[in-house]
Design a binder for this molecule. Structure first.
Ligand code: PXG
Length: 296
C-alpha cells in the first residue's frame, strides 16, 4: 500500500512527515476545533453539514479558519482522493496555530489545518446484534456557559474523564448528565429513546453536540411519520424506555440494552432501532454526498 498522505497547512505530506509545532496552541491548550466525517462509496456523507458545524464551532471560539467553505470541502474530498479511498474515516482539525507560551491566542498568527483520511475502524457486529451495556458517568457534561458542548472543540477532557469511567465499568460508552441533572448525550455519541410511542432525544441547548447522525435519524424518523421530540430526558425516562440507541459518525446507530444495571425494554435491540438502522444505511447509499475525485 502507498504511504498515507496527510494534509497539513496546504500540502499533502507523507504520514511520518506530518508534524505540527510543540508551540501549537492546539497541543498546549486544546485550543481548536475538529470534525469526524465518513465517506461511503466514493462520496463524503453530509459534508456540507460537517463543514457548517466546523465553521460554527470555529466562530464560537473566535477562530478564523482562513479558508472558504468550498476550499475546506475540497481539502476533505482531496484527502480521500490522494489516498485512493472510497470509504474512509476523516478527521479534520483546526487549531489556533503556533504561538508563544501563554493562553492568549493573540500570539498565534495563523491557524493550523490538518486533514487525515484513513480506514474506518468498525465496531464489532456483536454490539449491533446484542446491544451494549452502559453506565452513567459521575463526571458532569460541560456547563453550556463554560464550554458549550455544541462546540466540537479540541478539548475533550470532559468526555475523556467520563470515558475513563465507562472503561472502568467495562462499557464502551457512558451516559452524561448536565449540571441540572438531565441526560444530554454520551462521551462521543448522541442518545435516542423510544418511549410510549415517541422517539425522543435531548435538545442540543441542554448541552449536547448537534450530531450529524442525530440530525439524519431525526429526518428519517419524521419521514417515516414517527412522532419525534427533542425534549429534556431524565434517567427516569432512560430506565423506563422501551428502546434506546446511540448515534455517531463512527457507530452509526448502536442499541443500548442495559443502563446502570437496569434492563432497557426487554433487554434486546428493538424493532424501532432495527428499522432506523436499516433506513440510515440506505441513506448512506444515496448519491447526494460530495463526490471524491476518481471514486464516485
Ligand atoms: N456527541 C459527542 C460529544 C461527539 O463527540 C457525537 C455526539 C455524534 O456526532 P456525529 O456528528 O458524529 O453524529 C460526537 C461525535 C472519535 C469520534 O474519534 C468521536 C466523534 C465522531 C467521530 C469520531 O471518538 N464524536
Amino acid at each position: 500500500m502507498a504511504e498515507q498522505l496527510i494534509y497539513v497547512n496546504g500540502k499533502f505530506v507523507p504520514r511520518d512527515q506530518a508534524c505540527v509545532s510543540v508551540f501549537d496552541h492546539g497541543f498546549l491548550y486544546g485550543d481548536g476545533v475538529f470534525e469526524g466525517i465518513r465517506a461511503y462509496n466514493g462520496r463524503v456523507f453530509r459534508l456540507k453539514d460537517h463543514i457548517e458545524r466546523f465553521y460554527d464551532s470555529a466562530a464560537a471560539i473566535g477562530l478564523d479558519l482562513g479558508l472558504s467553505r468550498e476550499e475546506m470541502s475540497d481539502v476533505v474530498t482531496e484527502s480521500c482522493a490522494v489516498n485512493d479511498l472510497a470509504n474512509a474515516y476523516i478527521r479534520l482539525v483546526a487549531s489556533r496555530g503556533a504561538g508563544d507560551l501563554g493562553l492568549s491566542p493573540k500570539s498565534c498568527k495563523k491557524p493550523t489545518i490538518v486533514c487525515i483520511a484513513g480506514q474506518i475502524a468498525l465496531y464489532p457486529q456483536s454490539l449491533y446484534d446484542n446491544g451494549l451495556e452502559m453506565v452513567t458517568a459521575s463526571t458532569t457534561r460541560n456547563f453550556v456557559n463554560s464550554l458549550n458542548p455544541r462546540v466540537k472543540s479540541l478539548n475533550y477532557l470532559n468526555n475523556i474523564l467520563a470515558k475513563i469511567e465507562a472503561d472502568r465499568a467495562g462499557s464502551m460508552e457512558a451516559l452524561m448528565i448536565n449540571d441540572t441533572g438531565y441526560v444530554v448525550e454520551c462521551t462521543g455519541d448522541n442518545i435516542f429513546l423510544w418511549r410510549h410511542g415517541r422517539l425522543i432525544t435531548p435538545p442540543a441547548w441542554m448541552g449536547a453536540l448537534e450530531g450529524i447522525t442525530r440530525k439524519t435519524v431525526l429526518e428519517l424518523a419524521r419521514g417515516m411519520g414517527l412522532p419525534v421530540a427533542e425534549e429534556p430526558v431524565s434517567r427516569f425516562d432512560v430506565y423506563s424506555a422501551e428502546e434506546m440507541f446511540l448515534t455517531g459518525t463512527a457507530a452509526e446507530l448502536i442499541p443500548v440494552v442495559n443502563v446502570d444495571a437496569r434492563k432497557i425494554g426487554d433487554g434486546k435491540p428493538g424493532p424501532m432501532f432495527k428499522k432506523l438502522l436499516e433506513a440510515f444505511r440506505e441513506r448512506t447509499k444515496e448519491t447526494d454526498g460530495a463526490a471524491i475525485r476518481g471514486q464516485a
